[in-house]
Ligand binder design. Structure first.
Ligand code: PGA
Length: 249
């Protein structure tokens, strides 16, 4: 009932031209894939060329962030409507790198989610604990705070288009993937929180992706878990070869 998703987060890599080249290659490699949703999230400057490169294919494009105001004197920011206007369908919100380096909080995540939904974009909302939090056994309380704060005041209907990504910070870019049991435990916990907040039907329809050193050789194992519905992939989404293997795990 939940369509598996492979989403790529390109972070601050690839020019517009490089993005288009990779996508043309990927498009060909995954043209027969129908049973899973494929999304790539380039930098703002590559969004337009990415949208053009995937036209008529089964690949969708998302942004990596947005600002919550529709327009105004906010130098350097990008409005939700601008991203939508380019033909994007998704937007990543609250990635741990935004939380760590750019002052993102659960309150600003919440504002961005509402702004994205208002513009007709589907949010991919990231949560995850740091190594220190895991080691001091705070994983569940951290996740609970992020989910409850980030998704505050959302309606069931709004939640229906959202995707959650559980990304333990200690697993991002480190080559240290969470074990499938570690990931499943947190995914099940998130689903239980969603059920308490939005009801059982919404919770069981919401996709929860795992992110953090997802590679072609560990995707299948992760996907064997009942509450893992896909991957949010950084490094391994940069090359068509490795990302297509993840998509076809
Ligand atoms: P990684 O990044 O796959 O390179 O660990 C994942 C992410 O930050 O979304």
């Amino acid at each position: 009932m939940r369509k598996p998703m492979a989403a790529g987060n390109w972070k601050m890599f690839k020019t517009a031209k490089e993005a288009a080249q990779m996508l043309l290659d990927l498009k060909d490699k995954v043209k027969d894939v129908e049973d899973r949703e494929i999304v790539l999230c380039p930098t703002f400057t590559a969004l337009e060329s990415a949208v053009n490169a995937v036209k008529g294919s089964n690949i969708k494009i998302g942004a990596q962030n947005l600002f919550w105001e529709e327009k105004g004197a906010f130098t350097g920011e990008i409005a939700p409507g601008m991203i939508k206007d380019l033909g994007c369908e998704y937007v990543i919100i609250g990635h741990s790198e935004r939380r760590q380096y750019f002052g993102e909080t659960d309150a600003t995540v919440n504002k961005r989610i509402f702004a994205a939904l208002k513009a007709g974009l589907k949010p991919i909302i990231c949560v995850g604990e740091t190594l220190q939090e895991r080691e001091s056994e705070k994983t569940f309380s951290v996740i609970e705070t992020q989910i409850k704060g980030g998704l505050k005041d959302l309606t069931k209907e709004q939640m229906a288009t959202a995707v959650i990504a559980y990304e333990p910070v200690w697993a991002i870019g480190t080559g240290k993937t969470a074990s499938k049991e570690q990931a499943q435990e947190v995914h099940a916990f998130i689903r239980k929180l969603l059920s308490d907040m939005f009801g059982k039907d919404t919770a069981s329809a919401t996709r929860i992706l795992y992110g953090g050193s997802v590679k072609p050789d560990n995707m299948k194992d992760l996907m064997s878990q009942p509450d893992i519905d896909g991957g949010l992939v950084g490094g391994a989404s940069l090359e068509a070869d490795s990302f297509s293997k993840i998509i076809k795990y």
